[in-house]
Design a protein around this ligand. Sequence first.
Ligand code: SAH
Length: 336
Amino acid sequence: MKNLYGLKINELEEYFINLGEKKFKASQVFEWVYKKREFNIDNFTNIKKELREQLKKDFNLNLIKIKKVEEGIDVKKYLFELLDNNYIEGVLMHHDYGYSLCISSEVGCNMGCKFCESGRLKKIRNLETYEMVEQIILIEKRENIRIDRVVIMGIGEPFDNYENVINFIKIINHPKALALGARHITVSTCGIVPKILEFANLDLQVNLALSLHAPNDEIRNKIMPINKVYNISQTLNAIKKYLEKNNRRVTIEYVMINMVNDSDECAYELASILKGMNVYVNLIPYNETNNFEFKKSKRINNFKNILLKCGINTTVRKEFGGSISGACGQLRSKEV
Ligand code: SAH
């Protein structure tokens, strides 16, 4: 039995057509679940009773639960409990333009980045599409807000759960569902090359971010095991192919870790490998956690100035999580 929040509108249209019903019933159901946020199928009053009974046999609207909330300045972090008692998290950030929500894509993560809390706990399973959609629905309902931007940068590697993540993007982007503009959705990957190439061909117009974090294979091999599968040159070539197909600037994420990847030489080397690409670098202040020896770099501004001098667009990510368990995966790993 499928959750209604995991269904694309065309799938629901097909369902109704197969029942010998009009396909606009799908729009009516979407109106109930996305616009009116009605979680009880019995209350879909413009759908006749027998059809509601049939819907209840075929679908559910079971909700994941918000188990815990931690609050900081301009940021709230949510621990969600899934129906099978697994935990994931989401982070809501308040910017001047509105709210952005960082959502999880998997329970745990197998990518094993050495500095990342999420990867300490191995992947248990993919998130279902509805579990991603409901992170948005539940937070909007609880906070009584509309979320303007969604970033898939929480626990998990989205391209390791490719199909469900793409369905999720299509659903939240659809005008009859959440109508979130493609340009307001960002998916972040550690660099799964075949999926970057597949994604390039989809023409979804959503933003792509690559977690690069190192200017050469020697350093990247030490902190990101994925680099032993797809090295920097293979990864950047995939990004170049993506850029040929999509005229959308790609974000290069670079987490600044003390004495690991923050030297002047690293900055010059990074500038040289990115030269001429339609990308910008987002420097991420490292969020320290108790479980690793890594420390936050104090050289962020210096690093940024070198990149700028070399003609690379560079920004520094606003810090949110510091006071609360802000590092990706921290809240879950405390709970588990
Ligand atoms: N797996 C995807 C998305 C989830 S991680 C990816 O790798 O892009 C989201 C981003 O947060 C990645 O750039 C990741 O490297 C970074 N990150 C992980 N732990 C961090 C920490 N403690 N401080 C700062 N950034 C961190």
